[in-house]
Design a protein around this ligand. Structure first.
Ligand code: ZN
Length: 336
């Protein structure tokens, strides 16, 4: 039974690595697609401008031909043979040559403009083909990711029924929670007690616009009878089920005092908001801030995940007063 449990854990870890790789790749593709679309739009604008210039030059040249035709080529010859002397003849021939040269330059410029337009159109066609390929790759990676997440969920369901695993998760959570309490107290004692981040006001740590739905709170704060273990245990935060990669925003203005990896909490960020109040965000896939950084209310600080000992992708959200966990529910907001 124990071997089986460890196999499942290993399988989950492998899947985690795969999911993380896919998510990074999808994010990169998404950025490339946006960039390519922007490029195409810009090229289209450039072509529009070039076509306008092309039209104008053509119109100008048409006018010129018309004038020449009206005066007739004979008039040019007349001008030439009406010369009073040989040097006069040469002078007039020079002028005509200059006129012809000028015409050639205009025609050359028109031709070049047309070539430029064609090149840009070719570039657009290539970029569009590229875009199609990237979009195809994007959707295929997306479905691969969905499949991996589903597979992982199944494995977690299996683990959630496994008492030994659950006890390990809960024990690590309790021990690290105590450790964090100590660390937060030390940091707060060291720091200036009068640190002021302005009037405290809070905002959503998760946004509906990122998820497309209001996420479910899977485990609230406090002593709870555990359905599988069959005994009560303390939960120091609240768990919110969100898929890996969900943007996490700072509850309020404050200073990052902890941003690190812990074996139980996984990637964790703790922000000090003054007056001994801290907010904690755990099991993150990505930390986007560093210790000492002052973050604004609603600033993106991390991406949610499944790191550390966790039974499936979720955010573990804690509020502490002078290091001691309190019920985070009054502070928990889902933004629009
Ligand atoms: Zn939790």
């Amino acid at each position: 039974m124990k071997d089986k449990q460890e196999d499942v854990e290993k399988e989950i870890n492998d899947l985690n690595a795969k999911i993380e790789k896919l998510q990074n790749s999808i994010e990169k593709l998404d950025n490339q697609i946006i960039e390519t679309r922007r490029n195409i739009k810009q090229l289209n604008q450039e072509i529009k401008k070039l076509e306008q210039e092309f039209e104008e030059q053509q119109e100008l040249y048409r006018e010129r031909i018309k004038v020449m035709y009206m005066n007739g080529p004979t008039s040019i010859l007349e001008v030439l043979f009406d010369s009073q002397s040989f040097s006069d003849f040469l002078g007039r021939a020079e002028i005509i040559k200059a006129i012809v040269e000028n015409d050639r330059n205009i025609l050359q410029s028109i031709y070049e403009k047309k070539l430029e337009i064609e090149n840009k159109m070719k570039e657009i066609r290539e970029k569009e083909q590229n875009l199609i390929n990237m979009q195809y790759e994007y959707s295929s990676q997306k479905s691969e990711l969905d499949a991996a997440c589903k597979e992982q969920r199944k494995l977690y369901d299996k683990l959630e029924k496994d008492k030994a695993y659950l006890e390990k998760v809960l024990k690590a959570e309790q021990e690290e929670s105590k450790l964090l309490e100590k660390q937060i107290k030390e940091i707060q004692a060291r720091q200036n007690k009068n640190k002021n981040y302005g009037t405290f006001s809070k905002t959503g740590i998760i946004k509906v616009s990122d998820l497309g739905y209001i996420p479910r709170v899977t485990s609230p704060f406090g002593m709870r009878m555990h359905p599988v273990l069959g005994y009560a245990r303390m939960h120091n935060g609240m768990d919110i089920a969100v898929p890996t990669g969900t943007p996490i925003y700072s509850m309020a203005k404050g200073e990052v005092i902890i941003a690190k990896y812990m074996s139980g909490y996984g990637n964790v960020v703790i922000i000090d908001h003054g007056d001994g109040l801290t907010s904690t965000y755990a099991h993150l896939s990505k930390i986007l801030v560093s210790v000492g950084q002052v973050v604004e209310k609603g600033q993106m600080i991390a991406k949610s995940g499944n790191t550390g000992l966790s039974s499936g992708p979720h955010l573990h959200f804690e509020i502490r007063k002078n290091g001691t966990p309190v019920d985070p529910a009054p502070y928990y907001i889902v933004g629009q």
